[in-house]
Design a protein. Structure first.
Lengths: 390, 271, 446, 272
C-alpha cells in the first residue's frame, strides 16, 4: 500500500503521528497553510479563502525548552508546549497564523508568537468574554476586520456566496463527526476514545473537505470491523482542557473503562455546535463561535440581566448538556481533567462537580502537567475511581 | 516496603510479613512472597488467589488481579474497625484520605505528586538529621515547642532545617515541627472529604506516635491506629482476593485466568 | 552624624504623600463603616474606572476582594482562607487572592455573618458581584464560582483587548468604545433594577471628570520622575496609587491632594532634589512590591538605587482630550480604552506586539533612562507574571538594560527571599555598570 | 604575601581553599551535614592543619554559598555568582560563559572581557536542573555518585524523561525500571534531561565562547559529555571544579587586599 492509499483509521493515525505531512504536500502544490490557535479563528473563513487551516497544538512527549525564554513556567503547559514547537521551527511551514484571546495566557502567547516568529500574515481576534448581544456584534465586527486583512493578504475578495459555501462544507463535517460519535453509543463502543483523538487531531491538520472524506472512510470502516474496542465494566465521559494526545485516554482505557464521550476542544466541543445559515453568514458564524461553543473561557450564565441568582439553575444552564451527553452515551462516570495552571477550567470544576453530584453522576477531578511521563500517578486515581463506582 | 498477608479460606491470617524498605526493593516481591510462604509452611501452588496492590502493583507478575491501594486499604481497615468513616493512609509514596461507608470506599483524595506530606518527607529528613525513622516519634515527645516549617518542598525543607540546627534549635522541636508539617498538609488535603469519626490512621507513618498526636491535634478528633499499620493494605488485598476466589468458585468459574509462577520481574535489562 | 541617622536619610519621601495616604486609609475605613451600617455593597474587581464611577454615582459602596486578599496576606490572616478554598475543592495553583476570597466567602456563608476575626472588619455580604473582563481570567471566573455561596448576581464588565496592529485598523477604536458604552448602559439599567434607584447622571459626570483630572495630574507628576535625580521613589507611587486606581474616598479631596503633590514634585525636580541621595542606578520595578519587605528599598537606596518608574498596569493613561465627548459613559469608556491602548501606536512602530504590560517597560526604560530592572513576579497571578520574561528579554536585547527577577507571591509572603535578593542585587550592579558602557558605545542617550 | 581563605558552604558540601598570591595552595572538602556553623569551624581547622599554618597566618576569610551567613569568623560574604566568575577567570581568563552545577542550584553566568558578570540565570525552586536530581536517581538505582558518570557513557538508548520535576523524576525512573530500562539508560536519560535544562539556561543568557563548566556537577563525566553534545562544543572543565566558588571567594579578598580596599570588620554581615 502506498502512502496515498492509506485510508480511514490508518490514515488518521498516520496524520496524528505526523501532523504536518499533508499540509506540507498541499503547500508544495501552492496552497496557503495557516495556523490557528484555539477554536475561535473561524474555520469557514479559511475554507472560503481556500486556505488550509491547521490547528496549533502542543506535544505532550516533548520537553519544553525554548519557550522558557519568553514565557514563565507557571502558566498553562499546553500553551508553553505549542509556543515551544513554534520556536523550534515545527510550524515553519505556515504562511500565517490567526490567534485569539482564548484565555489570558493564550493572548499573551499570541503576541509573543508574533514578536519572535514574525509570520508574514498574522491576525489577532479579540474574542469577547460575554455572549451579550453587543458582544456578538463586536465579534462580528472583528470577523469583518479579519476577513479584510485576509483579503489584503491573499489579494482575493471574498463573496458572501463563497462564505456560505464554506459554512455548508464545515457543517457537513460537523454532521459527520456527530455520526462518528453516535458510533460510541453502543456497548462496546465501535470506536475507542484513543482512536477518536487520533481522528480529531487528524481533522485539525487537513482541509475541511478532506477531513470529511476521511470521516466517511472511518465511519464505514468502524461500522464493519470486528476488532473494535472490548466491552469494559465502565463507560466514561471526559470533560476538561484540550487533549491532543492519546496517552491520557489510553491510560484510562487500560484500567477498565471505555471513554465513550468527551467535552474537550479536540472533540465534541469543537465540532458539535452547528452554524445556522444566515443572510450575512457572519451573523450565524459569530453566534456559533461566541455563543454556541460552550467553553468555560466564555462567561455563560442563566441570569443575564436578572437580579436574582439561582445556583442550580445556573449550573443547569452552564452544564446541562453534559447530562444529555451522559444519558445519550450511557456514561456511568465523568472524569474532569485539567491541565495544571489552567485558571479557566480550574474555577469551573467545583461547580461542575456540584452539578454532577446533584444529578447523581459519579465524578473525579484530576490535574496533570501536559506531559506523557507524568501520567503514572494518575493511574491509581482513575483505577480507584472505577473500583469505587463498582 | 513490600508486605505479604496470606489468609486461609475462612479469612484467618496464616502469615504476614514486611519486606525490606525502599523503592529499589520493590522488585523483590517474589522473595518476600517466598519468605511468607516458608513461614506459613506453604507452597506457592497452594495459594488460590493473589491480589497485588500498592504503587508497585503492576510489578507483581504472579498476581491474579491488581487492585489499587485505595480499595485495599479501605477493605483492610474496615475489617479491623467496622465503624470507620474516614481513613488516613500515609505511606512512603503518597498520602490518602478515604471516605468509607458501611465498609465500602465511597470517595477518596490523594496527595499530589509532592513528597512533602508523605513518609518520603520524613525519610529524607531523617537522613539529614542522622536519625533512624523509628526513633522520630519518641524524640518529638520531648519537644517544648514546635518549629514551624515553611517550605512545602522536601528539598527546601531540608535546607531550612539545616539553617535552624545551625542556629541551635533543639532537635525535638525540629522533629515535632516536621510532624506538624505532615499533619497539616494531610489534613488540609482530606478536608475535601468532610471528615467524620471514626477516624483510622494507617500506613507506615502511623507507626510514628509523633505524627499520630499531631494528626489528632490538627483534626481535633481521636484517631485509632491498627496494631500493624503497615499491613492494612495487604490485608485488604487478601480479603478481596478471598472474596474473588470464593465468588469464582461459587459461580463454578476457574479461579485463575492465567497460569501463575513465582517469578522475579525483569527490572534491569541484562546487557 | 551617627550611622543610624544617615541610613534613615537614604530615601527622601514626599511630604505630600502622607496626607494622601491617610486619605486613602480613611476612605477604606469609612467604606467599612458604611457597609456595616447596612449600605448596599458590591464586590468589584479592579476595573480601571470602567464600572466603579457608575457604582459610586449610584451610591453603592464598593469593596475590592483583590485588595482584601492583599490585606489578609499582610496581616497574616490569609492561610485560613486559603486552606478553606482548598478544602472546597479549588485547585491550589489558582490566584491567591481568589482562593482567599473564596475561602472567606465559604466561611461567611457557613456562619451566616461576617467572620468576627476577619481583617479590617471583613467584606459584607454583597448585593452584586461585579466581574471584570480586564486582563485576567480569574477576574471573571472567580466571581462566577462564588455562586456556590452567594445568591448575588454576577455582572461581567467587558473590556476589549485588541492586538497592537489590529487596534489601528480603521474603525476599531470607535467600535470598541461603542461596545463598552453599550455594555455600560446595560449595566446602568441593571443596577437600576437591582437597587430600585435611578442613576444620578450629574453625579456620574462629576466623578468621571474628577477621575480624569486626577489621572491627568498623576500622569504629570510621574513625568517629573524622568528628571535626574528622580524626585519621587516608587514607594511614594505605591502609597498613593489607590486614589487614582479606584475612586477611593471623596474625589475632590484626592484631587486637591494630588495637586499638592504635583507642586512638591515639580519643586523638587526644579531644585534637583532626588528621592534618593547619590542616585547611582535608576531602576524600573516590575509588578507589585513585596509589601512586608519594603525595607529592601531603604537598603537599596543606600547603595544608590532609585526606583523611578513601575508597572504599566498601575499607571494613569496617557492624557488625551475628553472635552468633546458629551456622554459620560463614553468618557469613561474612552479613558479605560486609552489606558489599555495608549502605548499601542508607539509599540507598533517598534514592532512590539505586546502593547501593554511589556512594551511600556521599553518606552519607560528609554524615557526614564533606567539602568536596570527589578522584577517581582507574583507566582499565582498569571496576569502579573506572564509578560515578565518577555519584558526582561526585550529590555536586555533591545535597550541593553539588565534586570533581576526576585520571586514572590501575592499571598504567600514567605516566598520572597530578602537576603538572596540583596545578594543578587550586588551582581546586578556589576551588570548595570557593564551595560551602561555598552549603551554608551552604541550611542544610546544614557 | 598574605594568605587568604575562601569558603563555600554549599547545600551539599562545604569547601575551603587557601590562596597565596592568587594561587590555590590547599583544598579541603567536608559534607555540609546539618550544622553549617560547626562545619565551617571544622573546615577551617582541618584545612589550616592540612596546610600546616595557624589562623593568624590568614589575612582574611571570605565566605560564599548557601550557608555563608553561618561563617562567624569570616571577614565578609560574597555572592556565589561573583565568586564563580572570579574563580573561573583566575583559571581560564578566556571564559565568557560559565555553567555552574551545584547540588540545589544550577546557574549560568555570562562574563565580559574584564571577567565581570554581565548576565546570569539561576534554575531555582525546582531541583530538576541541578545535581540533586542526579543524587535522587542515583539513590533510587543504588549507584555511587562517582560511578554515575562513567556508567552512563555505556548507554546506547537513553530513557527520555518527560517530567520537569525531580520528585516526579524519581517515580518516572522507578516506572522505567519496572518497564525494563537499564540503569545505564536511565542515568544517561537524567544527564540528557539536565543537559537540556542547562542548554535552555545557556540560551537564555546568550552564549559566548569560551564556555566552562564548574561545580560538583562538572565532576560527572556523563553530564559533561551530555552538555557538550547538546551544545555542540567542548567545555573547559577546571581540575577542581567543585572548588571554583571557594577559589573565587578568596580572589575577591585578594583583589581587595591588593588594591588596598579596606574590608569590613570581621563579624559584620555586610554583603559584598
Ligand atoms: N517503625 C517506624 N516508625 C516510624 N515510621 C515508620 C516506621 N516504619 C516505616 N515508617 C514510615 O513509613 C513509610 C512507609 O510506609 P508504607 O505504608 O510502607 O508505604 P508504601 O506502602 O508507600 O511503601 C516510610 O517512608 C517511613 O517513613
Ligand atoms: N564524585 C562525584 N562524581 C560525580 N558527581 C559528583 C561527585 N561529587 C559531587 N557530585 C555532584 O555535585 C553535586 C554537588 O555539587 P556542589 O557544587 O558541591 O554543590 P553544593 O555547593 O550545593 O554543595 C552533587 O549533587 C552531585 O550531583
Ligand atoms: S479549552 Fe476553550 S479556550 Fe482553551 S483552547 Fe479549547 S476552546 Fe480554546
Ligand atoms: S488549557 Fe486553559 S490555560 Fe491552557 S489554553 Fe486551554 S483554557 Fe487556556
Ligand atoms: S490572577 Fe492576578 S489579576 Fe487576576 S484576580 Fe488574581 S491577583 Fe488579580
Amino acid at each position: 500500500m502506498t502512502v496515498k492509499e492509506k485510508k480511514g483509521l490508518v490514515r488518521a493515525k498516520e496524520l496524528y503521528q505526523d501532523r504536518s505531512q499533508r499540509a506540507k504536500e498541499l503547500k508544495a502544490e501552492g496552497k496557503k497553510v495557516m495556523g490557528y490557535f484555539c477554536l475561535y479563528p473561524v474555520l469557514e473563513i479559511f475554507t472560503a479563502f481556500d486556505i488550509v487551516p491547521f490547528r496549533i497544538l502542543g506535544d505532550m512527549g516533548e520537553p519544553i525548552t525554548k519557550a522558557d525564554s519568553c514565557l514563565p513556567t507557571i502558566v498553562c503547559p499546553f500553551i508553553r508546549s505549542a509556543l515551544d514547537l513554534g520556536l523550534k521551527g515545527r510550524y515553519d511551514f505556515f504562511d500565517g497564523v490567526v490567534m485569539c484571546h482564548s484565555c489570558e495566557v493564550g493572548e499573551k502567547a499570541a503576541h509573543i508568537w508574533r514578536i519572535y516568529m514574525d509570520p508574514s500574515y498574522y491576525h489577532f481576534l479579540d474574542t469577547p468574554h460575554t455572549v451579550h448581544a453587543p458582544a456578538q456584534q463586536q465579534f462580528k465586527g472583528q470577523l469583518e476586520d479579519y476577513q479584510k486583512t485576509l483579503e489584503a493578504f491573499t489579494g482575493k475578495k471574498l463573496s458572501a456566496g463563497k462564505l456560505q459555501e464554506a459554512v455548508a462544507t464545515c457543517n457537513k463535517q460537523r454532521v459527520l463527526v456527530r455520526e462518528l460519535y453516535d458510533l460510541r453509543k453502543s456497548d462496546p463502543p465501535l470506536i475507542s476514545g484513543t482512536e477518536i483523538i487520533e481522528v480529531m487531531v487528524a481533522l485539525m491538520s487537513i482541509p475541511v473537505a478532506e477531513g470529511s472524506d476521511l470521516l466517511q472512510q472511518v465511519i464505514s470502516e468502524v461500522k464493519e470491523r470486528t476488532d473494535g474496542p472490548q466491552k469494559k465494566p465502565h463507560r466514561l465521559l471526559l470533560w476538561g482542557t484540550v487533549i491532543d494526545n492519546t496517552a491520557l485516554v489510553e491510560m484510562i482505557e487500560n484500567v477498565g473503562a471505555n471513554v465513550v464521550m468527551d467535552d474537550t476542544c479536540v472533540g465534541s466541543r469543537a465540532y458539535f455546535p452547528m452554524v445556522e445559515p444566515t443572510d450575512n453568514p457572519l451573523d450565524g458564524l459569530s453566534r456559533r463561535y461566541l455563543v454556541d461553543i460552550k467553553c468555560p473561557r466564555t462567561f455563560h450564565e442563566a441570569a443575564y440581566g436578572d437580579t436574582k441568582k439561582d445556583y442550580i439553575k445556573d449550573l443547569e444552564y452552564r452544564f446541562g448538556y453534559l447530562k444529555d451527553f451522559a444519558k445519550e452515551w450511557n456514561a456511568d462516570g465523568v472524569i474532569l481533567q485539567s491541565i495544571r495552571y489552567c485558571d479557566i477550567h480550574g474555577y469551573d470544576t467545583p461547580g461542575l462537580q456540584d452539578y454532577l453530584n446533584h444529578i447523581g453522576l459519579p465524578n473525579i477531578y484530576i490535574e496533570h502537567d501536559y506531559s506523557e511521563g507524568a501520567l503514572a500517578p494518575l493511574r491509581t486515581r482513575v483505577q480507584g475511581f472505577l473500583e469505587l463506582i463498582g | 516496603m513490600t508486605k505479604v498477608v496470606i489468609l486461609d479460606g475462612d479469612g484467618k491470617t496464616l502469615s504476614a510479613l514486611i519486606g525490606p524498605t525502599g523503592p529499589e526493593h520493590r522488585r523483590l516481591a517474589n522473595k518476600v512472597m517466598a519468605d511468607a510462604l516458608a513461614r506459613a509452611n506453604l507452597a506457592f501452588s497452594e495459594i488460590s488467589y493473589v491480589v497485588a496492590t500498592g504503587y508497585g502493583r503492576i510489578n507483581v507478575p504472579f498476581a491474579d488481579r491488581q487492585i489499587t491501594e485505595l480499595t485495599c486499604h479501605a477493605k483492610g481497615i474496615a475489617s479491623l474497625f467496622p465503624a470507620v468513616r474516614t481513613a488516613i493512609d500515609i505511606g512512603g509514596q503518597d498520602a490518602k484520605g478515604l471516605k468509607i461507608r458501611n465498609g465500602k470506599l465511597v470517595d477518596f483524595v490523594m496527595n499530589d505528586r509532592c513528597a512533602a506530606g508523605t513518609g518520603r518527607f520524613l525519610d529524607v529528613l531523617v537522613g539529614t538529621l542522622g536519625l533512624r525513622i523509628d526513633e522520630l516519634g519518641e524524640i518529638s515527645l520531648k519537644a517544648t515547642q514546635k518549629l514551624p516549617i515553611s517550605s512545602v518542598c522536601t528539598v527546601f525543607a531540608q535546607m531550612e532545617i539545616m539553617a535552624c540546627l545551625s542556629e541551635g534549635t533543639p532537635l525535638p522541636d525540629i522533629v515535632a515541627g516536621l510532624h506538624d508539617a505532615i499533619a497539616n498538609r494531610v489534613v488540609k488535603m482530606i478536608k475535601k472529604l468532610k471528615i467524620e469519626p471514626d477516624v483510622v490512621f494507617t500506613g507506615g507513618v502511623a507507626k510514628n506516635i509523633g505524627v499520630v498526636n499531631a494528626l489528632q491535634e490538627t483534626l481535633g478528633l481521636n484517631v485509632s491506629v491498627p496494631a500493624e499499620p503497615l499491613l492494612t493494605g495487604a490485608l485488604g488485598a487478601a480479603l478481596l482476593g478471598r472474596e474473588l476466589a470464593l465468588k469464582a468458585l461459587a459461580e463454578g468459574k476457574p479461579v485463575h485466568e492465567k497460569e501463575l509462577r513465582l517469578d522475579e520481574p525483569t527490572f534491569f535489562k541484562v546487557k | 552624624m551617627s550611622e543610624e541617622k544617615k541610613k534613615k536619610k537614604a530615601m527622601n519621601r514626599l511630604k505630600s504623600m502622607y496626607p494622601l495616604r491617610a486619605n486613602i486609609d480613611q476612605a477604606y475605613e469609612r467604606s467599612v463603616e458604611a457597609t456595616k451600617a447596612g449600605k448596599p455593597t458590591a464586590w468589584s474587581m479592579v476595573n480601571w474606572w470602567e464600572a466603579d464611577p457608575i457604582l459610586k454615582a449610584m451610591d453603592i459602596e464598593i469593596v475590592y476582594p483583590e485588595n482584601f486578599g492583599a490585606v489578609c496576606a499582610a496581616m497574616g490572616k490569609a492561610q485560613k482562607y486559603l486552606d478553606r478554598a482548598d478544602a472546597e475543592g479549588f485547585p491550589t495553583h489558582m490566584c491567591g487572592y481568589a482562593r482567599n476570597g473564596i475561602g472567606y466567602t465559604a466561611e461567611m456563608t457557613e456562619l451566616g455573618h461576617i467572620p468576627p476575626d476577619a481583617p479590617m472588619g471583613g467584606m459584607p455580604k454583597p448585593i452584586l458581584l461585579l466581574a471584570s473582563g480586564a486582563l485576567c481570567d480569574a477576574r471573571i471566573k472567580w466571581f462566577q464560582s462564588l455562586g456556590r455561596y452567594l445568591d448575588a448576581p454576577v455582572w461581567a464588565v467587558e473590556l476589549p483587548h485588541p492586538g497592537v496592529e489590529e487596534s489601528q485598523l480603521p474603525g476599531v477604536r470607535e467600535k470598541s468604545i461603542q461596545f463598552m458604552v453599550k455594555e455600560l448602559k446595560e449595566l446602568v439599567s441593571f443596577l437600576e433594577r437591582l437597587t430600585g434607584r435611578k442613576m444620578d447622571w450629574a453625579k456620574l459626570e462629576e466623578i468621571a471628570d474628577d477621575l480624569i483630572e486626577i489621572n491627568r495630574i498623576w500622569y504629570e507628576i510621574n513625568e517629573f520622575r524622568k528628571v535626574r535625580p528622580c524626585p519621587m521613589h516608587s514607594r511614594d507611587f505605591w502609597s498613593c496609587m489607590n486614589a487614582s486606581l479606584y475612586p477611593a474616598g471623596d474625589t475632590k479631596v484626592s484631587l486637591k491632594l494630588y495637586r499638592d503633590m504635583y507642586d512638591e514634585v515639580k519643586d523638587r525636580a526644579a531644585n534637583k532634589i532626588g528621592a534618593v541621595e547619590n542616585e547611582k542606578y535608576r531602576m524600573v520595578f516590575g509588578e507589585l512590591p513585596p509589601w512586608h519587605a519594603l525595607k529592601i528599598f531603604d537598603d537599596l537606596a543606600e547603595r544608590g538605587w532609585n526606583f523611578v518608574v513601575e508597572s504599566w498596569a498601575y499607571h494613569a493613561p496617557k492624557p488625551i482630550d475628553y472635552s468633546k465627548i458629551s456622554d459620560p459613559l463614553e468618557r469613561i469608556a474612552t479613558q479605560t480604552y486609552q489606558w489599555l491602548t495608549g502605548y499601542f501606536p508607539d509599540a507598533l512602530k517598534e514592532k512590539e506586539y505586546m502593547g501593554y504590560f511589556a512594551y511600556p517597560y521599553l518606552e519607560w526604560a528609554r524615557t526614564y533612562q533606567c539602568d536596570g530592572g527589578l522584577f517581582h513576579p507574583l507566582l499565582t497571578c498569571r496576569t502579573a507574571t506572564n509578560h515578565l520574561v518577555l519584558a526582561q528579554d526585550r529590555l536586555l536585547n533591545k535597550l541593553h538594560v539588565p534586570s533581576l527577577v526576585a520571586e514572590g507571591d501575592i499571598v504567600d509572603l514567605k516566598l520572597f527571599d530578602y537576603a538572596d535578593t540583596m545578594r543578587k542585587a550586588v551582581v546586578l550592579e556589576e551588570m548595570m555598570d557593564h551595560y551602561k558602557q555598552v549603551r554608551q558605545e552604541k550611542g544610546f542617550e544614557w | 604575601m598574605a594568605l587568604i581563605m575562601g569558603m563555600d558552604i554549599g547545600s551539599g558540601t562545604s569547601k575551603s581553599v587557601i590562596v597565596r598570591d592568587g594561587k590555590p595552595v590547599a583544598y579541603h572538602l567536608l559534607p555540609s551535614g546539618v550544622d553549617y556553623r560547626a562545619v565551617a569551624q571544622k573546615l577551617r581547622e582541618e584545612s589550616l592543619a592540612k596546610a600546616g599554618i595557624s589562623a593568624s597566618d590568614i589575612a582574611d576569610t571570605i565566605a560564599t554559598g548557601h550557608g555563608a551567613g553561618n561563617v562567624a569568623f569570616s571577614g565578609h560574604q560574597a555572592s556565589d555568582i561573583l565568586c564563580c566568575a572570579r574563580g573561573i577567570t583566575s583559571i581560564f581568563p578566556s571564559v565568557r560563559t560559565i555553567i555552574d552545577v551545584q547540588r540545589t542550584f544550577t546557574q549560568v553566568i555570562r562574563l565580559n572581557a574584564a571577567g565581570h558578570v554581565i548576565n546570569f540565570i539561576i534554575n531555582e525552586k525546582c531541583a530538576t536542573g541541578s545535581g540533586c536530581f542526579l543524587d535522587i536517581i542515583s539513590h533510587v538505582l543504588q549507584i555511587d555518585l562517582k560511578d554515575a558518570g562513567p556508567l552512563s557513557l555505556g548507554s546506547d538508548n537513553p530513557v527520555v524523561f518527560t517530567t520537569g520535576c525531580a520528585v516526579f523524576g524519581e517515580s518516572e525512573a522507578i516506572s522505567r525500571v519496572s518497564e525494563g530500562a537499564s540503569r545505564e539508560d536511565i542515568l544517561a536519560g537524567v544527564h540528557q534531561a539536565l543537559a537540556s535544562k542547562i542548554s535552555t539556561l545557556v540560551e537564555r543568557v546568550g552564549l559566548e565562547m569560551d564556555c566552562a563548566m564548574s561545580g560538583g556537577g562538572a565532576l560527572n563525566v556523563g553530564l559533561v559529555e551530555s552538555v557538550e553534545k547538546k551544545l555542540g562544543f567542548k567545555l573547559l572543565v577546571p581540575e577542581q571544579p567543585q572548588f571554583i566558588n571557594a577559589i573565587g571567594a578568596a580572589m575577591m579578598a585578594e583583589n581587595g587586599v591588593k588594591a588596598g580596599v579596606s574590608l569590613p570588620e570581621p563579624g559584620s554581615t555586610k554583603i559584598t
